[in-house]
Design a protein around this ligand. Structure first.
Ligand SMILES: [Zn+2]
Length: 306
């Protein structure tokens, strides 16, 4: 039987495995920058629309025909300004980062790509460009995955993982496994620890992601950096307390055109300093979580709940 994505309402349930994080850490924290600016739908790319998702306008005042220059500028702020502010906050503290990179976006900014390589941030492919993978044919999707891998390999280094913009298709995971170049994928939101699935007889590691611990909240209902800080810190406190018995991982997703603005970056700064003061927190790259899982929890011959 060819691989089909199965729904699973059980997961690890009441007895999640002990991740055995390095140094006996109670929590593994992974910060992700979604590097997307320049790959979004635009007139320049022949899409006939201007994307304004996760910007200050978030759906308001959308231009119905012709270029939306306001939205274009809000995207460009992310790569021109926001990236450098976030990069500085992490570099000043000696902290690692993961880049969810869109191939086309990183080609558009060689200076940022060079800084990412120099800093040693790890790369998870966020696609060749913003496209709804679930609207692509299987052949088109295969080609998008190949192009993303090759583009990122040239600009920032070989991507270790895969994570779709908008949402995966029913074929995505199978095509990622078929490609063979990725250690893991992050196209899942329903778990707090990595887990294995079997795809056409092959082991595939899933490192789940979160849109909850994410600055995307700023594009909806969240106002000040105090609100964002206390919201994410509450998640951190809960997981840290639980981590005395059942350690977990925490992904924090960031966007340069959102939290890269000064009024919001201040909340991120406070969050980093708060986490760094706590003992037993492993702030790490996504690839290091994946490699740790492969080494300490190797594929047992079948996927979770198979
Ligand atoms: Zn994204």
């Amino acid at each position: 039987m060819p691989y089909e994505v199965r729904r699973d309402f059980i997961g690890y349930g009441a007895s999640p495995p002990d991740p055995q994080w390095p140094g006996g850490a109670r929590l593994a924290v992974n910060f992700v920058i979604n590097y997307e600016e320049g790959s979004e739908p635009s007139f320049a790319l022949g899409d006939g629309v201007t994307e304004n998702g996760l910007t200050e306008s978030h759906g308001l005042n959308q231009v119905k025909s012709g270029r939306d220059l306001a939205a274009e500028g809000m995207f460009e702020y992310g790569s021109r300004v926001g990236f450098w502010r976030l990069h500085r906050l992490f570099q000043e503290r000696g902290l690692p980062l993961t880049i969810f990179g869109c191939g086309m976006a990183l080609e558009a900014n060689p200076e940022a790509a060079a800084a990412i390589r120099k800093a040693g941030y790890d790369i998870c492919s966020h696609g060749w460009r913003w496209v709804k993978h679930f609207e692509l044919s299987e052949a088109e999707e295969r080609e998008h995955i190949r192009r993303a891998f090759e583009s990122l390999s040239k600009t920032v280094g070989r991507p270790d993982g895969w994570y779709c913009r908008y949402g995966p298709s029913v074929n995505t995971r199978r095509l990622v496994v078929e490609h063979g170049g990725f250690l893991y994928d992050s196209d899942y939101y329903g778990e707090e620890l990595p887990f294995w699935v079997t795809v056409d007889g092959k082991a595939q590691l899933v490192v789940p992601y979160s849109l909850t611990n994410n600055d995307g909240k700023y594009a909806g209902w969240m106002g000040t950096s105090d609100q964002w800080f206390s919201y994410i810190r509450d998640a951190f406190d809960m997981l840290y307390a639980e981590g005395a018995k059942t350690p977990k991982m925490m992904s924090v997703g960031l966007h340069m055109r959102l939290i890269g603005h000064p009024a919001r970056a201040v909340g991120l700064q406070r969050l980093l300093d708060t986490m760094m003061q706590r003992k037993g927190v492993w702030i790490t790259r996504r690839v290091d979580i994946a490699k740790h899982w492969v080494a300490t929890h190797p594929y047992p011959g079948k996927g979770l709940n198979e």
